[in-house]
Design a binder for this molecule. Structure first.
Ligand code: CO8
Length: 378
């Protein structure tokens, strides 16, 4: 936690890139159920003998009621609904071409820079923070830095769904210490390549998107829409309840590098129960340290994993249900976009706030990890 000491640090712009391809729950469930029925028929004997488990069917009603998700944007629809593939088909790019993740990062970055009124010459650090990077090195952040013509440094960091807030914490700390003067933080989230579309418990959860934020010192800010950061707070607590074992050791462990445990998997119900109170407590403590009360906050831009979870977190914090204007939802059309969710909510739902209004960006997810930033509109 950092209190509001001089120099004052602000978020001066944000931007998002949204793919054009959309998959509705109806399309996804129809394809999954066709796949499951074929699987069950093809493996009828093994299922009858108990050797393998029958694939249960998915339902649109369950998805909407349990999560609030109605559709998701995806980098490409190709392959996901094909019952003989059940995963997206991304185009291959050569090493001399801009990588896909850098490209979508650049799309969002340019919008954030325009919103903040910044050019590449103003920026001296690039942080790419997300649930995955498409390769280990060179860093996607350095590729983006090169593509945009930014001097200084860049690095990638992974903190699953809390990567955006943790990335913004690093930006804030470096600006406070004076090691940077203007930071571009990007969350290019390509999640569908890690979704097990053959698993009904998880096939509906994620979408793809890219988000970016510009953070700088208050004295250099010329943006008409900016937020002072009053403080940052983070917490991690180890849990394997949300996990992906995909990694570089797969080459030498001789197990299947694309096995089910290498994809996203979770005990969703346990995560829901364990993470919601941790997130509510962190925000409550963060506000108290700053001498603020939850009722003072006009808007909570929360991580977008589950509408019921967000309602529960805010009810625990405020002791009552609140108008959806206070906790804007983007889940219905974007689904869970890992770390980008709270930033998209911020980007789409902050313009109407007035000078002096308080807001909180809060993320929570795998690790477990929880991160918050308390903001005041300038
Ligand atoms: N259709 C019909 N029934 C279903 C379906 C489906 N699609 N899916 C599950 N069911 C069944 C279950 O099998 C279960 O059946 P049974 O009772 O017979 O066992 C029943 O419905 C109830 O299941 P749940 O108890 O699991 O249902 P919930 O109401 O808990 O809803 C959710 C499931 C929506 C997953 C919910 O638990 C949830 O959202 N939990 C929060 C999880 C969360 O926030 N996770 C964070 C993950 S994101 C993150 O940290 C970043 C990771 C990196 C990104 C990864 C990119 C790929």
């Amino acid at each position: 936690m950092t209190a509001s000491l001089s120099p004052r640090i602000v978020i001066s712009g944000s931007g998002i890139w949204t793919p054009t391809d959309v998959i509705t729950n109806e399309e996804l469930v129809e394809s999954y159920n066709t796949y499951a029925e074929k699987f069950n028929s093809d493996h009828a004997a093994d299922i009858a003998s108990g050797k393998i488990k029958e694939k249960p069917l998915s339902s649109v009603r369950f998805i909407e009621k349990s999560s609030g998700i109605k559709a998701r944007y995806v980098y490409t629809k190709e392959g996901i609904l094909d019952i003989n593939r059940m995963r997206p088909k991304f185009p291959e790019r050569k090493e001399e071409e801009l990588s896909i993740q850098a490209e979508i990062g650049v799309f969002a970055a340019r919008k954030a820079m325009a919103a903040a009124g910044k050019t590449a010459a103003d920026i001296d650090a690039v942080i790419v923070a997300g649930a995955y990077t498409q390769r280990a090195y060179p860093a996607i952040a350095i590729e983006i830095q090169h593509e945009l013509g930014i001097n200084g440094f860049g690095f990638d960091m992974l903190v699953a769904c809390s990567a955006a807030t943790f990335g913004l914490h690093r930006a804030y700390d470096s600006l406070k210490s004076g090691s940077t003067k203007c930071v571009l933080a990007i969350n290019p989230e390509l999640n569908t390549p890690q979704v097990n579309f053959c698993d009904r418990d998880n096939h509906f959860i994620f979408g793809d998107v890219s988000a970016a934020v510009i953070m700088e010192r208050a004295e250099t800010c010329t943006s008409p829409n900016s937020y002072e950061i009053l403080g940052t707070k983070a917490l991690t607590q180890f849990s394997s309840n949300i996990r992906s074992n995909f990694g570089h050791l797969s080459y030498v462990t001789d197990d299947d590098p694309f096995g089910e445990d290498k994809l996203f998997h979770q005990s969703g119900r346990i995560v829901f129960k364990e993470v919601s109170p941790i997130a509510a407590k962190l925000m409550s403590e963060h506000l108290a340290i700053l001498g603020l009360k939850p009722e003072d906050v006009k808007r909570f831009w929360l991580h977008q994993a589950n509408i019921n979870m967000n309602n529960m977190v805010v009810k625990e914090l405020l002791g009552k249900d609140v108008d959806e204007k206070v906790i804007p939802t983007i889940l219905d059309r974007y689904a869970n976009t890992a770390s980008a969710g709270s930033i998209i909510a911020f980007h789409l739902y902050n313009n109407d706030l007035k000078k002096g209004d308080l807001g909180v960006i809060c993320s929570f997810g795998a690790g477990y990890s929880v991160g918050s930033l308390v903001l005041r509109k300038r």
